[in-house]
Design a protein around this ligand. Structure first.
Ligand code: GLN
Length: 288
């Protein structure tokens, strides 16, 4: 009996490029073939005629079919780079976004004590907390998330990156041991439940719990801003990522809850993407 001829790398790649409708079909196909075969992307150019074993072909085709459905490449590969660090990702957490690196930059630009105590709320993969830990080894960094899968993932990423971050399960502040921080940072869910964006592209595959926050997208931000003062040291900072059109309402929330030095900052796309404010020194007069 004649066995089926083996497919070459180039045949597999050009077949996939013809059916993947993303902006980067060749790159996607090469990343997926690299992932299932262990062959390097440069080897696809150097040895396009190299034959690929049938089980690898089957696995490649399974992933290509998912990519055609719109599954983000990061979920198919199981990892995503953030702040030049490799993070494991899974469908129980948001895929770290390049724009969230602006939040990390902003946090690093603050003037904080050498041994600053920092809290990253809703950490997901641990991206923000671990990026900060990679830059500031003396900071004492705590991260929390409500989802058990996210906690396991953040802990696995911390182990793999050999960075010291304490991860707690907590619904915002409710499950945290009492403490005061010099910086509280978060990329919370901030999309309105009826937003059309939720039905498009890669976000369809990301967990709603990490994206959606009530009718106006501000439910979680309102809670964090209201409760943060009890968890901040004097002169400590609250720094939140939010939607491109939420800066003025988030600034008002900061102001209503007593923050000073309130400012918003832009992401790489020029959108107001984050707001920060400082919890002022509480003088004797302020103590009730
Ligand atoms: N910026 C993300 C998006 O628009 C949302 C992230 C979030 O809700 N925290 O897809």
């Amino acid at each position: 009996m004649m066995s089926k001829p083996l497919l070459t790398c180039e045949e597999l790649l050009s077949g996939a490029v013809g059916v993947i409708s993303s902006d980067t079909p060749r790159l996607d196909a090469e990343l997926l073939l690299n992932h299932v075969s262990g062959l390097s992307r440069t080897s696809f150019r150097a040895f396009p005629e190299r034959e690929v074993d049938a089980p690898i072909v089957a696995e490649f085709e399974r992933l290509v079919a998912q990519r055609i459905e719109g599954m983000p490449i990061a979920y198919l590969l199981g990892h995503q780079e953030f702040w030049s660090l490799p993070f494991k990702v899974s469908s129980s957490t948001l895929i770290p976004r390049p724009d969230t690196e602006c939040l990390v930059e902003q946090a690093l630009a603050l003037s904080l004590p050498d041994n600053a105590k920092v809290l990253d709320m809703g950490t997901g993969t641990g991206a923000i907390a671990l990026a900060l830990a990679s830059e500031q080894p003396n900071w004492l960094i705590t991260a929390c998330d409500l989802q058990e899968d996210a906690i396991a993932l953040a802990q696995a990423n911390a182990r793999e990156l050999r960075l010291p971050v304490n991860v707690f399960q907590s619904s915002w502040f409710t499950g945290l041991p009492t403490d005061r921080f010099d910086l509280i940072v978060s990329n919370p869910p901030y999309i309105a439940s009826g937003d059309d964006h939720l039905g498009e592209g890669g976000v369809r595959f990301e967990p709603a719990s990490a994206l959606v926050a009530g009718a106006d997208g501000l439910d979680d931000i309102r809670q964090i801003v209201a409760e943060a003062p009890a968890w901040l040291n004097n002169n400590g900072w609250l720094l939140l990522e939010h939607g491109f059109d939420q800066a003025s309402v988030v600034q008002e929330l900061f102001s209503k809850h007593g923050f000073s030095n309130i400012e918003s900052r832009k992401d790489y796309g020029g959108n107001d993407r984050m707001t920060l404010g400082q919890w002022p020194e509480q003088g004797a007069d302020d103590v009730e």
